[in-house]
Every structure is written in C-alpha cells, then in structure tokens.
Design a protein. Structure first.
Length: 142
C-alpha cells in the first residue's frame, strides 16, 4: 500500500472517530435536559410513568456517555499514532487542552452520572432532579 493511501485512510479514520466523539457528547447534553423534563413532572405529580421515563432515558444517557468516553480515548491514541510528528511538535500546547477536556468532561460527567444512577426516587428527590441539570450546564465550563 502506498504512503499516500495510508495517509488518506488515516485521515478518514480520524474523521470517523472525531464525528463519533462529537455526536455522543452532544446527545448526552440534550438527553440531560430531557431527563430534567422527565423528572420534574414526577416530583410534582408522583405518577410512576414519569419515573419510568426518567429511568429509561437515564440508561440511554449512560450508553451515550460510555460511547463518548470510548471514542475520546480512541481519538487521543489516533492523534499520537497517526500524526506522531505533529503531536510531538504541538504536544506541550495541545496536551494541556486535552487534559482540561478530560478533567471537565470525563471526571465531572462521570461523577454526576454515578450519583444520578445510584440515587433512588425515595432518597433526596430534589437533588436527584438537579443532577441531570448539571450535565446540561457542564459544557459551558469547557
């Protein structure tokens, strides 16, 4: 295989992984707003249908979050492996940006996802409703 074909395949691989990594976090931000919308009526009316909706979409949210994390890990490896010379030259600058993205996106979202998934409807109803709102507000911290 020629060098040109390898470079072209490398670029397509990067583009596909980057599109996945941009899509899934956007889905989780939108789903987090929907989770707030689902849990709010449950707090007001105490109808079980809203709680079932919340729990169903919380699972979808968790899957989207997991796929975003996996694609982000693959993206950083592709960055170093596919463009090693470029990564070496801009590493001191871009490494800090990637590190901040990991701290804000992964650790913060993972903490809130864990607290949201372990909370039950019987414990701390107000705080359980506010947790998905943090997911919606969190991208503004990036």
């Amino acid at each position: 295989m020629s060098q040109r074909a390898l470079v072209e395949l490398s670029r397509w691989q990067w583009a596909l992984t980057a599109s996945f990594h941009m899509t899934f976090p956007a889905v989780t931000v939108g789903t987090s707003v929907f989770l707030v919308v689902c849990y709010g009526p449950y707090m007001r009316t105490k109808q079980a249908v809203y709680l079932r909706m919340f729990r169903f979409w919380r699972r979808i949210f968790g899957i989207g979050f997991a796929l975003g994390v996996v694609s982000g890990i693959v993206l950083t490896f592709e960055f170093g492996l596919n463009w090693g010379r470029f990564a070496h030259d801009v590493g001191p600058t871009l490494g800090v940006i990637i590190g901040m993205e990991v701290v804000t996106a992964f650790f913060l979202e993972a903490g809130f996802l864990g607290s949201s998934s372990t909370a039950t409807a019987a414990s701390a109803r107000g705080s359980c409703s506010s947790r998905p709102a943090w997911f919606a507000l969190e991208p503004s911290c990036r």
